[in-house]
Write a protein that binds this ligand. Structure first.
Ligand code: KIV
Length: 257
C-alpha cells in the first residue's frame, strides 16, 4: 500500500472526520498544525478567494495552482481537490484531468453530481474520488435545501447507494435534511461528510473563510463562526496605518544599525 492510500485509509477509519477548505499555503499549514483530518481545496475559492459570484467560475488551471499551494503547506494531511465544472464531462476527460490533480499532490478528487460512469472510470484507474450530492453549486440554479420532498429524498438516497455500490469511499452531502443524511449514512458503507446536512454524517466540512469569520457575506444557517478574523485583521491594519502616519512605526528596534 502506498503512502497516499495509507493516509486516506487512516482518515476513513475515523468515526468522525473534520474537513475544512484551504486555498493557500499559510492556512493549510495552520490547519495541519491544528490536526484537521482532511483539507478540501474547494472550488468555493472562486467566491471566497477571488470574489466571483459562482463556484463554477473556477478554472482547471486555478484549481491546480491552489492545490499546489495547499500541498506545500500541509504535507501530512490528506488533500482533496475539487474538479472544476466542465473538467469531468466524460469518463476519459475526468481521468485525464484528475491525473493532473494527483500530479499536483492531491490525494483525492471530488466531483459533483450522480455520474456513475465517471466514478467507475476514476476508481478503475486507481484514482480516489469523493462524491458530492444534494445541493450541487456547480450546476444549481439557486441555493436551497435538496431532498425536502419524498421524491427528491428517494432520488438522492438512490444516487448515494449506487455510488456506494461502485466503491466510492466518501460522499459530501450538501444542504440536505438531517433525516435524509442519516438514512444515507446508515444505508451505505461509504463515509458521509456533511455541510448543512446535520449531525448524523460521519464527518463535516465547512468553508474556512466562513468559520473563521473572514468573509462578511450573509452566512447560511449551517455555518458556525468559530472566530471573527475580519475584525482582528481590520484592527491590526488600522493600527498599522495609524502607526505609520503618526511615526510610531518603524521604531528603533525595527531598524538596522
Ligand atoms: O467548494 C467547496 O468548498 C465545497 C464544499 C462546500 C463542500 O465543495
Amino acid at each position: 500500500m502506498n503512502k497516499e492510500t495509507k493516509m486516506l485509509d487512516q482518515v476513513f477509519s475515523l468515526d468522525r472526520i473534520a474537513m475544512i477548505t484551504a486555498y493557500e499555503f499559510c492556512t493549510a499549514r495552520i490547519f495541519e498544525q491544528a490536526g484537521v483530518d482532511m483539507i478540501l481545496v474547494g472550488d468555493s475559492l472562486a467566491m471566497v478567494f477571488q470574489g466571483k459570484q459562482e463556484t463554477r467560475n473556477a478554472t482547471l488551471e486555478e484549481m491546480l495552482y491552489h492545490t499546489r499551494a495547499v500541498v506545500r503547506g500541509a504535507e501530512r494531511t490528506p488533500i482533496v481537490s475539487d474538479m472544476p465544472a466542465n473538467s469531468y464531462s466524460t469518463p476519459e476527460m475526468a481521468v485525464e484531468n484528475a491525473g493532473k490533480f494527483f500530479e499536483a499532490g492531491a490525494h483525492m478528487v471530488k466531483i459533483e453530481g450522480f455520474l456513475p460512469e465517471v466514478v467507475q472510470a476514476l476508481l478503475e484507474n486507481k484514482m480516489p474520488v469523493m462524491g458530492h450530492l444534494g445541493l450541487l453549486p456547480q450546476t444549481a440554479e439557486n441555493y436551497r435545501v435538496v431532498g425536502k420532498n419524498p421524491e427528491d429524498a428517494e432520488r438522492v438516497l438512490e444516487e448515494a447507494k449506487n455510488l456506494d455500490r461502485l466503491g466510492i469511499p466518501a460522499i459530501v452531502l450538501e444542504c440536505v435534511p438531517l433525516s435524509l443524511a442519516r438514512r444515507i449514512t446508515d444505508e451505505t458503507t461509504c463515509k458521509t461528510i456533511g455541510i448543512g446536512a446535520g449531525m448524523y454524517c460521519d464527518g463535516q466540512v465547512l468553508v474556512a473563510n466562513d468559520l473563521l469569520g473572514l468573509y462578511d457575506r450573509k452566512m447560511p444557517k449551517f455555518v458556525r463562526k468559530y472566530a471573527d478574523l475580519s475584525q482582528v485583521i481590520r484592527q491590526a491594519a488600522e493600527k498599522y496605518a495609524s502607526d505609520v502616519r503618526t511615526g510610531l512605526f518603524p521604531g528603533d528596534e525595527e531598524s538596522y544599525h
